[in-house]
Design a protein around this ligand. Structure first.
Ligand SMILES: [Zn+2]
Length: 315
């Protein structure tokens, strides 16, 4: 008996070192969707992927030194991975996709939206409406693949001002050269929806349907829109590209990016929406804040702060 006890003790001591072969590293994330509730609506954040965001060359109206110090203050450094998020709203009667990721336009990093949508329990054919915040590649690129509509039953909606800017050839000639491919991509993205009669830009901001209001948010692009989603007095502000780098633009909201059509308008719009979100305690759904990009904003000691929403296993 004593011998058996000694044998068992010896096994227990040794087993952690001999029980398993080395497990391979998984090198992947969870499926890339995140669910939360908003009144009677269900919100699904979808990750299209992350890509290195060249903070030091893209940020304007802030010195590279200050931008890097801001990142250091929140324990981040270059190269910084930037999220590309889109948001699916199930109102109970309609399935609405707000923005669509980069599709095939950003390479292997991204274009994961459709696989994440399927993992989240939906099919592209179920999407009834697509609302685009603006026609940049990382927001509208995902609606089209190989010339065909990725969401064949969906009506495409965006502000008329945004459509007019990107779809007017004369504007391409006047814009900086680095935006040239953005014009081509915007036209290619909307083309299959135009051909199918599924293209409905809206002339006026305001309520587009019950629970969905378009707010003007010009600056990053001329017709940039934010969408205020309301159900049972709960509100979600899907704000597109109001903040590109949270660690920099919350402490320094005047920092802009070289892709802004008008830096001054981008600054004014950011200030206005930060105030709106703070004062009304809105939940914000952000395209480029770390996935899922859902949180609240507060002011603390004169600076804005991002507070990610709490995780709920049963949203
Ligand atoms: Zn963007």
């Amino acid at each position: 008996m004593k011998l058996l006890k000694q044998l068992l003790l010896a096994c227990a001591l040794v087993s952690p070192f001999i029980a398993h072969a080395a497990a391979p590293m998984a090198k992947s994330q969870a499926p890339g969707y995140y669910r939360t509730a908003l009144g009677d609506f269900e919100i699904t954040a979808l990750s299209d992927g992350t890509h290195p965001f060249p903070v030091d060359t893209v940020m304007t109206n802030i010195t590279p030194q200050q931008a890097l110090k801001d990142l250091e203050d929140v324990d981040l450094k270059l190269p910084l991975q930037g999220s590309i998020n889109a948001f699916l709203i199930n109102t109970g009667t309609k399935l609405i996709l707000i923005d669509s990721g980069a599709g095939e336009l950003y390479g292997d990093c991204c274009g994961k939206l459709v696989s994440r949508l399927r993992a989240a329990g939906y099919q592209p054919e179920q999407v009834d409406e697509i609302y685009i915040t603006h026609l940049h590649k990382d927001h509208a690129g995902g609606i089209m693949s190989q010339g065909a509509a990725v969401f064949p039953n969906a009506v495409l909606r965006l502000s008329q001002a945004e459509a007019d800017y990107w779809l007017t050839p004369a504007n391409k000639a006047k814009a900086p050269a680095f935006l040239s491919t953005f014009f081509d991509a915007a036209q290619a993205a909307v083309a299959p929806y135009q051909a199918a009669g599924h293209y409905q830009p809206y002339q006026d901001f305001g309520q587009l349907e019950p629970g969905v209001e378009a707010l003007p948010a010009p600056g990053h692009t001329p017709g940039h829109a934010a969408y205020l989603i309301t159900s049972k007095s709960q509100q979600l502000l899907v704000w597109g590209d109001i903040v590109h780098v949270a660690g920099i633009q919350f402490p320094h909201p005047s920092a802009t990016v070289k892709y802004d059509s008008s830096e001054a308008n981008a600054q004014t719009t950011r200030a206005r929406l930060l105030q709106l979100a703070t004062q009304k305690h809105l939940t914000v759904a952000a395209a480029h804040i770390a996935f899922p990009g859902l949180g609240h904003i507060r002011q603390h000691q004169g600076e804005y702060e991002w507070l990610p929403i709490n995780y709920d296993e049963v949203p």
